[in-house]
Design a protein around this ligand. Structure first.
Ligand code: BEZ
Length: 213
């Protein structure tokens, strides 16, 4: 199957997880979603990643984001490993980990890259909007733990675009000025962006982040 691209619908699936069986689309409901794979249970980098994700629960909740992890290990392995994650990372894993032993979901989402590893999933990330469209894909190698602050930053940017018609410039961080998207006509700006704006070039119009007081 061809790799999934931005704008594609996130394929639906039914899977066994550490929190019971889920129908992915139903489970997401109206929320945003992150589906991310890791190479294997009981491995060091993955242990730190899943611990970090559970510590970011409030940040994901604030943004209406549901998170699901996946590897090709089974449920028993996941449950045993969760105890280690909780113990070593000083947290409580509180999101589902998909047990994809038959590689059904991994194949659906092209998470196994055979020239990297023929059996194990790489570190794929999919961010899915409430309309079930894929908004972000990132792939990291097994040896590099993900930067979940960056993931939150991208979700903030995606939500600003979805809800406020702004994009975010290079190296943007929350609180900094945003770019008014090109589809907004000059005549609409005053109403849409009451905090004001600065036209640096006709195609480069900046405004304070709209959703801050
Ligand atoms: C890890 O999670 O630590 C890991 C997994 C596979 C290869 C290298 C590192």
């Amino acid at each position: 199957m061809a790799a999934l691209r931005l704008g594609d619908e996130a394929p639906n699936f039914i899977a066994q997880t550490t929190e019971g069986e889920i129908d992915f689309h139903n489970w997401l409901g109206e929320d945003w979603g992150i589906l991310f794979s890791h190479p294997a249970d009981y491995t060091p980098v993955c242990t730190t990643e899943l611990g970090t994700v559970s510590k970011y629960t409030n940040e994901f909740n604030k943004r209406n984001v549901k998170v699901a992890a996946l590897s090709v290990d089974g449920l028993e392995s996941h449950h045993g490993w969760i105890k280690d994650i909780n113990e070593t990372q000083n947290t409580t894993v509180n999101f589902p980990i998909i047990a994809d032993e038959d590689r059904k979901v991994s194949e659906l989402y092209d998470m196994i890259h055979p020239n990297a590893d023929s059996q194990l999933t790489v570190r794929s990330v999919f961010v899915i909007a409430p309309d079930k469209k894929i908004k972000l894909t990132i792939t990291y190698p097994a040896s590099t733990g993900r930067n979940f602050d960056e993931l939150l930053r991208v979700i903030d940017s995606l939500q600003l675009t979805a809800y406020h018609k702004v994009a975010t410039p290079a190296n943007w961080n929350p609180g900094e000025d945003c770019v008014i998207v090109p589809s907004v006509a000059n005549e609409e700006i005053a109403e849409l962006f009451p905090k004001g704006h600065k036209e640096i070039k006709p195609y480069l119009r900046m405004t304070p982040q709209p959703n801050l007081n």
